[in-house]
Write a protein that binds this ligand. Sequence first.
Ligand code: SAM
Ligand code: SF4
Length: 422
Amino acid sequence: MKYFIITFGCQMNKSDSERIASVLESAGYKSALKIDEADLIVVNMCSVRKSAADRAYGVLPKFEKLKIKKDSSGSKQQNLKTVLTGCVLKKDRKKFTEKFDFILDVKNLSKWPEILGSNPPPKTDNYLKIEPKYSNNFSAFVPIMTGCNNFCAYCVVPYARGSEVSRPAEEIICEVGNLIKRGYKEIWLLGQNVNSYNSISFSQLLKKINDIPGEFWIRFTSSHPKDFSDELIEVMADCKKVTEYLNLPVQSGDNEILKKMNRPYTIEYYKNLVKKIRKKIPDIALSTDIIVGFPGETEKQFENTIKLFKEIKFDMAYIFKYSPRPGTAAAKMEDTVPQKERGRREKVLTEILKETALENNKKYINKEIEVLVENKKSSNSWLGKTRTHKNVQFESKENLLGQFVKIKITNALPWGLKGEIL
Ligand code: SAM
Ligand code: SF4
């Protein structure tokens, strides 16, 4: 019996898929290289934006084909089962019930083998305690919490993932310790709001992970500006394994829009926070998330976001066109910004970002920096990341995947750097 997992969405979904793979393998399934070989197909979906949710619908014609193949040949595919999981909204559940054999909650992962008719179920009821089948042997996602209590007006996450639950610190430290013993070089601590982690404070958790012996980098995402304490800034600056990269979603550059979004901070607070962070960690690279065309966003309010972009000079930004999501507070607001205008606003911000990112990247030219090699681009061409999460392309005939290498930066582009291996 073989399984195939299709994952959409954020790192949290990718991390969940690693645990799903682990449970399926302990239940006797093997990984299929191609979807056509699978007896079980799992779609791990995302509902954050409509376009993301539509991707789950996009796979359905393929299922139909696979089922037709099954009928006519009567062969191996006969037992094809399909599972939908991830962030599934109540409203979509009904529609998907007809299309999938099962809609299963990842939180009940230990029950999946029983439901799917295989054995044995994992020993734990808490899905985060299940050891994942990590996707590679050098960089690992470690969820430290799930869910969200913030109810931003536009967002489905609190409905789809439930309220915040933090994993015990000892469990996280044990998982990271084992990964480091196995030679992992990069640990991504994941959560919808990592800095609302409350088993111990998030800064204390960072300190404890930083104390684990070994040569590795610590990254984390996402951070909510409202929970970013001075202690966390100090700890980031002091802990040598914590990298100089921060995703700090601002969502809008306008105070009125922030209020309507139910984001409990002002632009003045955000700018002051960035100032404090840059003072303590001068090399930090900053990325953000922005929603353009939120209901009622006027041209003037959008100009405030332009102003913020020009002022902060982000290294990266994830710019999203507002997408009304069922059940959220914003879905009831009058949707005043046409899709075409949202597209224009997205383009305007992307152009500013291109300039600021390039300006920031030029500072790396002639510097010798450490890079973790992540990907082979072509025969002798490799892609890696700096501590500041910048892409670096370089040439080497050696297989350097998963290793730290020293690179001299020779060229800067808006979305990355080029260099020579030393
Ligand atoms: N928890 C993080 C935070 O508050 O910053 C972000 C998590 S959310 C899954 C990722 C991003 O998706 C958000 O930062 C937001 O910019 C974007 N997003 C969420 N709902 C959206 C919507 N309805 N339309 C467009 N973008 C949306
Ligand atoms: Fe969504 Fe807001 Fe929670 Fe982030 S903090 S996951 S944007 S509700």
